[in-house]
Design a protein around this ligand. Sequence first.
Ligand code: FES
Length: 104
Amino acid sequence: DITVYVENEAGERIAVPVPTDMGLSLMEALKANEFDIMATCGGMALCATCHVELIEAPELPEASDDEMYMLENLPNLTDGSRLSCQIKVTPELDGTVLRLMANH
Ligand code: FES
């Protein structure tokens, strides 16, 4: 397993254990840890309720055109914005720090 950290509004980092051998997306891993992510579209890059800001992260595969299109239309887009459903959990993600960005 790896550990990713979710930073809350107080700046505290909550450690989240994530298995790397289940083919999960980052969205699925966060949901499985009871974070409040609606993921209305079920991981199809169509709803942006899984929007996260990566604060510290390894080099990741670039966002697809579909993901970029969704991100560009968000009012709270940041340099680190990604749709967490489009990020596959891999061992390289160990130590990643992120914020949950979706308003719902
Ligand atoms: Fe809908 Fe990621 S779950 S865009």
